[in-house]
Design a protein around this ligand. Sequence first.
Ligand code: EPU
Length: 419
Amino acid sequence: MDKIVIDGGKRLRGEVRVSGAKNAALPILCSAILTGGENTFQNVPVLRDIRTMARLLRSMGAGVEGERTVHIDTTKLDRLEAGYELVKTMRASVLVLGPLVARYGQARVSLPGGCAIGARPIDQHLKGLEAMGAKIRLSHGYVEARAKRLHGARIVCDLVTVTGTENLMMAATLAKGRTVLENAAREPEVEELARVLNKMGARIEGAGTSAITIEGVDTLHPIEHAIIPDRIEAGTFMVAAAVTKGDVLLKDCLPEHLDAVIAKLRSAGAEITAQDGGLRVRARQDLKPVDITTQPYPGFPTDMQAQFMVLAAVALGQSVITETIFENRYMHVQELARMGADIHVDGRTSIVRGVPRLMGTTVMASDLRASAALVLAGLVAEGETEVRRVYHMDRGYERMEKKLEKLGARIRRAEDAEA
Ligand code: EPU
């Protein structure tokens, strides 16, 4: 197992390239199931979660070749199943469910169970598939879904779910008739998936709004597509630049996906300007506190909550952070407290009182975004920080320590002998 060792206190300076979006790439790789033949996806981030998805597709009989540019051939796909071992390591495996039922009329997918950031059920995915005519059975920890051919339906989600919207949108592309998804997720990753499906011949309108209409078609065809940049990776580097009082230019990012994050960074006192087709982030003085409530897009993303907690931990004053999406996404708090942060959690709300400095120590990553937050804390802390269990970070950040090192951070990866 690896750890990341950071010697804090360096201002970040320079340019960093944002990789392709993990949460766009995962459903897009699954969308290949809907077509026969070979799809080619470019700008796929090189990450552990992507490798896990490739393993899952291979285990079903698909051919998956390449990194960054990934070719997926589903001609020989014949095992319509996602087993427990893969689903438990990555919940996004559930994204094969909709495409499998739509194209092959059946699927067997392990129930994801709990994960570090909460219970995260998939009832909305199942409810939607049932409305489209699938027979759903839960058996021995697996969801079994069957349908000769799905039919269109009007589906109102009880809550906004990103992968739920994606699963149902993919299922509806090959259903007979029209599906309307209401209270749909509006995330850019949903819009990107719709763009991909429409290129394949689907007829989807309204993706990016809360009502998506899908006219079912009989078949979809393979395509070539380059995936959008990762807004959460971009946001993480923006916070890194701000907390280190740095000056960083993010290349290959889409500022229009970052409105809520940019607004909060500006209110904290960071200067953000569009430059050279990217975003330049500068901070010259100590940051001001910020109040944050996580919301579905276009609100403030839950995937940036932990990173902003680091910003609040070193800001001049008190911030209030409220997590409304996941019930257990504060596991970084105890670790930040060990570095000297002053954070009081009461249910879904955290009161963060900024301290003059954080102190380096050994901390333990618990989930993907928490691990990124601990690395950010290490960048501003006095002395040495060791972040252990960084396999969490490797799920969703491509060579994060290399990118930070290029920006001037004193950071390295090392083997963790004690793990
Ligand atoms: N929920 C239900 N029932 C469902 C589906 C969701 O109760 O059927 C609840 C969840 O338990 C949660 C809330 O609804 O409390 C929102 O969950 P959502 O389904 O939107 O999350 P997700 O689709 O499983 C995606 C991202 C997450 C990101 C969330 C929220 C992917 C692969 N994952 O998860 O990304 O935090 O949306 O924006 O797109 C990450 O990248 O670190 C990550 C966790």
